[in-house]
Design a protein around this ligand. Structure first.
Ligand SMILES: Cc1ncc(COP(=O)(O)O)c(C=O)c1O
Length: 367
């Protein structure tokens, strides 16, 4: 090695980076199976709206053009469909990127970011990436406890992350508790309501009305779940203007491509398809949950597009996972979320749910 090259150990990452435990995504391949039923990533079993697919294909003719930097068309469509002011919306490469804008903008070294016991694993990753300290608050019976969160707040707290419905538990914090949390936080802390699964909870606005009520509440949403565009990576956030202005400063101008924006706009405008996906999900979610409960597999009520199946022990959960894999079915192990005796199962279509029930019934020896 030439003398003038720096020693590798002299090049140091920023504080916090080496604390990051890499994100583990749902498995997608299974040795020995060509026709795998993937229920490990909460993807939409009905795919994306045909209108979104057509918009994506049409964008192929314009690949040489830079996209617009303000996402005006997509923000207008989101605003129209959800009844929100487009000037208070920001779009990102998945809602993950919007969560990153928020953490990067509002938390830094010495600051605390509150997450919860079974919370989405990106929150501590983002806190560490910003040099901040993630503070994990216990849940009660797989439910977020807003009073425990309020008790954990210090003068260093800058952000509180809550997914509602939550992943991987599928449970929800009710409206009254959400208000108690928003009202109880100091003005210096942001409450981030991650609504990645909001559309699956009937009648829930994802927290938009809380954003309008409290200055320090931000809502994030995604096109990856109900709109079936996980592969394309589009998400958005809604907050008061001053917060959106801050987030836009750290956003790269061309973060979304023409294809992403066109497909997302067509998807959100296809209200009929969105409704179809929500209705089918609710129907088969209830069907699957009831069947599992009848077999003696614990299952909290879920408000999302997955259920959390609770087995008697981590060993039984592993054995059930093996039985599903033997049938070509991939679900999500969630020991990394402090739920070692559970498996998270994405709600597929009718055939998928019946197949899961068949395998688990045989596994439990009840049919
Ligand atoms: C709770 C929650 N938030 C955010 C995301 C990120 O979704 P995306 O970046 O695809 O919008 C996910 C994805 O699984 C999630 O489960």
């Amino acid at each position: 090695m030439p003398e003038d090259r720096p020693r590798t150990d002299a090049i140091r990452p920023q504080p916090g980076i080496m604390e990051i435990a890499l994100y583990v995504s749902g498995e997608s391949k299974l040795a020995g199976h060509t026709d795998v039923l993937k229920l490990s990533s909460n993807e939409n079993p009905y795919g994306a709206s045909p209108k979104a697919q057509a918009a994506f294909a049409a964008a192929a003719g314009n690949l040489h053009r830079y996209p617009n930097t303000d996402h005006a068309g997509l923000r207008a469509a989101i605003g129209e469909i959800h009844g929100l002011d487009p000037d208070r919306i920001i779009c990102g490469v998945g809602s993950d990127e919007v969560l990153q804008f928020i953490t990067q903008s509002y938390a830094g070294p010495g600051d605390e970011v509150i997450t919860t016991e079974h919370g989405f694993s990106m929150y501590p990753i983002l806190a560490h990436a910003a040099g901040a300290v993630p503070v994990e608050v216990r849940e009660v019976g797989r439910r977020i406890d807003v009073d425990a969160i309020l008790a954990a707040v210090t003068e260093r707290t800058r952000i509180v992350f809550i997914a509602n419905p939550a992943n991987p538990t599928g449970t929800m914090v009710g409206e009254a508790a959400l208000h108690r949390l928003a009202a109880g936080l100091p003005e210096t802390a942001l409450l981030v309501l991650d609504g990645a699964y909001a559309e699956f909870a009937e009648g829930f606005d994802g927290g938009a009305s809380l954003v309008d009520t409290y200055p320090n509440v931000v809502m994030t949403r995604t096109f990856s779940k109900i709109h079936g565009l996980g592969g394309l990576r589009i998400g958005w956030g809604y907050a008061r203007r001053e917060v959106i202005d801050v987030l836009n400063r750290v956003r790269q101008p061309f973060n979304l491509s023409v294809a992403q924006m066109d497909a997302a706009e067509a998807a959100i405008r296809d209200v009929g398809f969105t409704r179809f996906c929500a209705t089918e999900n609710a129907k088969w979610r209830d069907f699957l949950r009831q069947a599992l409960v009848q077999m003696g597999i614990g299952c909290d009520e879920s408000f999302a597009n997955f259920i959390l199946a609770r087995f008697a022990s981590p060993e039984e959960a592993d054995a059930a996972d093996q039985a599903l894999k033997a049938d070509g079915i991939l679900v999500r192990k969630v020991a990394g979320y402090k739920l070692p005796n559970c498996l998270r199962i994405t709600i597929g279509d009718e055939d998928a749910c019946r197949r899961i029930i068949g395998v688990l019934a045989a596994f439990k020896g009840v049919r």
